[in-house]
Design a protein around this ligand. Structure first.
Ligand code: MG
Length: 155
């Protein structure tokens, strides 16, 4: 068995949609980024690449490559899962923590887990999404950014 961990942080800005795990979450701000800014998909993809010792998503999908401008990160995650499977790796489970002051994310967990389950081929009972605030502390606590930590098990 192999374990991989992923981390990502994106700035919250006005004029962008908030997309996490491929799900559009209604909010007055969204995540800045070259792609759609989906930090949850990025952290999970990085965790999978880490477990397989295949580098990181910056190498796979370079942010200075116009091909990935506005990219749908759920599709990037699917590419990573497919590449891992082609190398004989099988996903065991995903656990993640979204660190975010606002909006309240728990009402969206079910749809995010369903989306990630469909993208990865894992049962929803193997896809965990949680959220925490930083109690108002730091840039994330001030609502300036969203961070995500993810861990995956690969068999
Ligand atoms: Mg990112």
């Amino acid at each position: 068995m192999r374990v991989g961990n992923g981390f990502d942080v994106h700035r919250l800005v006005v004029g962008r949609p908030l997309i996490l795990g491929g799900v559009h979450i209604p909010f007055e701000m969204g995540l800045e980024g070259h792609s759609d800014g989906d930090a949850l998909c990025h952290a999970i993809a990085d965790a999978i690449l880490g477990a397989c010792a295949l580098g990181d998503i910056g190498q796979w999908f370079p942010p200075d490559d116009s091909l990935y401008e506005g990219a749908n990160s759920l599709e990037l995650l699917k590419t990573v899962v497919k590449s891992a499977k082609e190398r004989g790796f099988q996903l065991g489970n995903i656990d993640s923590v979204i660190i975010c002051e606002r909006p309240k994310l728990s009402p969206h967990f079910a749809s995010v887990r369903k989306s990630l389950s469909e993208a990865t081929g894992l049962g929803q009972d193997r896809v965990s999404v949680k959220a925490r605030t930083t109690e108002g502390l730091g840039a994330i606590g001030q609502g300036e950014a969203v961070a995500v930590e993810a861990v995956v098990l690969i068999e």
